[in-house]
Design a binder for this molecule. Structure first.
Ligand code: HEC
Ligand code: HEC
Ligand code: HEC
Ligand code: HEC
Length: 157
């Protein structure tokens, strides 16, 4: 596994970030089967166009715009549920460093995808069917008491 795959070219983060990424599986929002980096939904479109197009029409795709409307786009009390990989070492940082991870994207549910991108066919590294626990990190009882997985999981893409 090469080191370069863990470094995000746009943000150029440090070796400390790399080491954290290698330890990621213990603390990531969605547990990946291998350590991986968040790369953003645009990188999925060429192979998963149907899911991408469907997702773009959902409110997840515009979750950052919701914060901007409320002038809360930098609020640490809002960002965890309105961006991708907020608590993960290589996840969302801010709109300058990681604009490609704004909003609730594929990797919020399926886990970080850099390893998948390198080897999509042979090695299964994504969460194939994110379960109710993955939703409940954000659709908490306080935030969304009426959340219904059976119904809502059909509306993600
Ligand atoms: C180069 C093409 C390619 C790209 C780019 C790609 N994928 Fe995939 N993906 C595949 C293929 C091929 C499979 C099917 C693998 C299989 O069934 O064995 C797959 C399967 C999946 C699955 C189902 C996993 C499973 O084990 O059944 C998910 C979820 C997924 N991809 C998410 C993503 C996300 C999210 C991105 C973008 C961050 C992405 N993919 C980018 C080719 C790609
Ligand atoms: C990282 C946080 C996060 C995760 C994980 C998440 N959601 Fe969401 N979800 C949101 C936010 C935030 C919104 C509202 C976005 C907006 O309008 O700005 C939302 C909105 C939705 C909506 C639209 C609600 C409506 O009434 O129109 C559906 C459907 C939904 N989520 C389903 C799911 C399902 C199913 C899962 C798990 C498989 C899930 N979400 C996981 C944060 C999340
Ligand atoms: C615990 C996760 C979580 C946090 C923290 C959070 N949100 Fe959300 N937000 C959601 C979810 C889930 C939805 C979609 C379900 C719903 O409409 O309640 C949502 C929906 C929204 C919406 C669109 C629906 C509406 O009510 O108009 C806005 C705007 C919004 N959030 C703003 C904020 C702001 C501003 C903050 C910070 C003060 C914040 N959120 C913090 C999870 C969260
Ligand atoms: C809110 C959570 C959520 C988001 C965001 C999301 N997915 Fe999914 N995805 C799911 C769930 C849940 C399933 C399982 C659906 C089922 O079993 O019918 C799934 C299934 C899949 C599959 C397996 C084939 C299929 O369609 O059932 C692929 C591939 C996939 N998603 C790719 C993506 C890509 C690419 C994106 C972003 C463009 C994305 N997903 C965004 C929750 C999500």
């Amino acid at each position: 596994m090469s080191i370069s795959g863990f470094l995000s070219p746009s943000s150029g983060r440090s070796i400390a970030g790399l080491v954290s990424a290698l330890l990621l599986s213990a603390c990531a929002q969605v547990q990946p089967t291998v350590a991986a980096d968040y790369i953003g939904a645009l990188r999925c479109v060429k192979c998963h166009a149907a899911q991408y197009d469907g997702w773009q029409k959902t409110r997840h795709a515009s979750a950052m715009a919701s914060l901007e409307r409320e002038s809360q786009s930098e609020s640490t009390s809002c960002l965890p549920c309105h961006v991708t990989g907020y608590d993960a070492p290589m996840g969302y940082l801010d709109m300058n460093a990681t604009p490609e991870l704004a909003g609730v994207q594929c990797e919020s549910c399926h886990g970080p995808a850099s390893a998948h991108l390198k080897n999509p066919e042979q090695v299964r590294t994504m969460v194939p069917r994110p379960g109710v626990d993955s939703c409940r990190k954000c659709h908490t009882p306080e935030q969304d008491s009426a959340f219904d997985y059976e119904n809502m999981s059909k509306k993600v893409h």
